[in-house]
Design a protein around this ligand. Structure first.
Ligand SMILES: Nc1ncnc2c1ncn2[C@@H]1O[C@H](COP(=O)(O)OP(=O)(O)OP(=O)(O)O)[C@@H](O)[C@H]1O
Ligand SMILES: [Mg+2]
Length: 495
């Protein structure tokens, strides 16, 4: 999302005197507002900042007796000239009834002027009483344009990067900028300097390093995980329908697809039996489409450790949007949107769910969602309605042919030649086993052979398979319920 300069301008022109800007990036907001103030009016206006430590300041000059918030606000109403006033950390004070009253008075006093009060805060904490007076504007993270400017500024204004400058080509520049998306402007700058110092050119390893830096910073945000994976569609045995669907859309986020008139795919919901490859598919989409993968952890969203659930969710979405085009993976979505004991219509879960549905519907960003679910009865019908997800896939237990492929993949992965095994007989002996159980059988058989001091053979694999009590037996009823449900509501992921 670009910096919302145009939106802010429009509000100022319409004389909205109090704007609440939600952003983690104080420096960036300060810089942009000060720039706006110097350009918006016929002559540059004064730009003030306020903090509880420094009081009101303009151009580094402190204005006396303004450390107290009420006095500082008083000062604004008395000021004759047009000006921008940026108040930091006000969210800490917004529970004070005196402040709420004062802000309502400021609103009335400034309504007829072009003086604007900006509340800048990393999170949204607006008392109901101020909802009419205060306008909230979300400042997203820098978009590709802004990231490009930051990139150029770092490269061109630093003597250490002269060599990089001369060897740079547009493709590498583009790749670097893509890798930076999802970071704040300061983080972008610091990461670039840290990674490029001492280098003479930018290569794949620098881009890897930027991605690694981003992975760490995103992890710190707590609710998102930047998943780096090499799992591709070839690592999935079977599920041909789903794979075909994904292959057909591999270039769906390209500019060519847009020109061709294709709608961007929204996402898929994968339902099905545990261990049959849902998470595997979520990862493979990202690899197959060459897009970054972000896993949203709904448990962390609700944990309260990262602000109120709504706040944490909104912030995660902002980060994901900044990284777009990307794949957002939500595992066990049913657990996140229907929390036991929270059925009331204004619970955090239902508010988040409402926000999520609207976001999915109206979203302009290239974010592809892969959601997985095991328990359909917990899913609210709204999410299953056509138009939310492009398709709902049912991921069943693997067929005979699919079990052969799964054996092949896992034998190969462990350095065995699959063609030296009778895959047909292995598949025959593992009816009812899931992909995860087949993998477990291979691992167990390898251990057993190793401890017996012999090479792995079918016999060992069959013994290991038969010792597994499959979920398809222990959970027979749930599974047949799931199969019945999906028979007319979902598309089978297997051919
Ligand atoms: N179709 C498959 N092809 C190859 N390997 C598979 C397949 N299905 C499962 N596996 C193996 O089993 C592991 C577990 O599968 P995965 O995590 O994708 O299951 P899941 O459907 O997400 O299960 P859960 O509902 O328990 O999360 C995978 O990492 C993979 O090694
Ligand atoms: Mg899973």
């Amino acid at each position: 999302m670009p910096f919302p300069t145009e939106t802010i301008k429009r509000y100022i022109a319409a004389r909205y005197p109090i704007l609440y800007l939600v952003s983690l990036e104080e420096d960036r907001v300060e810089r942009m507002l000060s720039l706006l103030g110097s350009r918006l009016f016929t002559s540059p206006i004064k730009f003030y900042t306020w903090s509880c430590i420094n009081g009101l300041r303009s151009n580094g000059i402190e204005i006396e007796n303004t450390n107290d918030l009420i006095q500082a606000l008083d000062r604004i109403t008395r000021e004759e000239e047009t000006g921008f006033y940026l108040f930091k950390d006000l969210h800490f004070f917004l529970n004070d009834p005196r402040l709420i009253r004062k802000l309502r008075e400021v609103y009335r006093a400034l309504r007829t002027s072009y003086k604007t009060l900006f509340i800048l805060s990393p999170s949204l904490n607006l008392p109901n009483e101020l909802e009419r007076e205060v306008t909230v504007i979300d400042i997203g993270l820098p978009d590709a344009d802004e990231a490009g400017k930051i990139f150029d500024l770092v490269i061109n204004s630093n003597k250490d990067f002269e060599k990089i400058q001369s060897s740079l080509n547009p493709t590498i520049r583009e790749k670097c900028i893509r890798a930076m998306l999802g970071l704040g402007s300061m983080e972008m700058e610091l990461a670039l300097i840290k990674i490029l110092l001492g280098r003479e050119s930018i290569g794949e390893e620098s881009i890897e390093a930027i991605l690694e830096e981003k992975a760490q910073l995103v992890r710190k945000s707590g609710t998102l995980e930047f998943v780096r994976t090499r799992i591709g569609l070839d690592d999935i045995g079977g599920l041909e329908n789903l794979k075909e669907w994904l292959r057909t859309r591999a270039l769906a986020f390209s500019s060519e697809a847009k020109r061709f008139g294709l709608d961007m795919p929204k996402g898929v919901l994968l339902m099905g039996i545990s261990g049959c490859g849902k998470s595997l598919c979520a990862k493979a989409v990202a690899t197959a489409w060459d897009l970054p993968l972000l896993r949203l952890d709904l448990n962390q969203v609700y944990s309260g450790a990262f602000g109120s659930p709504e706040e944490a969710f909104r912030k995660s979405i902002k980060t994901v949007e900044a990284i777009a085009p990307c794949v957002m993976w939500i595992d066990e979505i049913e657990a996140g949107i229907t929390r036991s004991g929270e059925k009331a219509s204004d619970s955090p879960a239902s508010r988040i769910f409402g926000y999520f549905l609207t976001w999915m519907q109206e979203r302009e960003h290239a974010v592809f969602i892969t959601a997985t679910a095991n328990q359909i009865d917990l899913l609210p019908p709204e999410i299953l309605r056509k138009g939310r997800f492009d398709e709902i896939f049912f991921v069943p237990l693997p067929s005979h042919k699919e079990r052969k492929e799964i054996f092949r993949i896992h034998l190969l992965r462990r350095g065995r030649n699959p063609d030296s095994f009778d895959l047909d007989s292995l598949a025959k002996n593992t009816d009812g086993l899931s992909g995860a159980e087949i993998e477990q059988a291979v691992v167990t058989a390898l251990f057993d052979s190793f401890s017996k001091g012999k090479e792995l053979d079918e016999r060992e694999l069959i013994i290991a398979s038969s010792s597994i009590v499959p979920l398809s037996i222990t959970m027979r009823e749930e599974i047949s319920k799931l199969e019945r449900w999906s028979s007319n509501r979902a598309v089978k992921a297997s051919k």
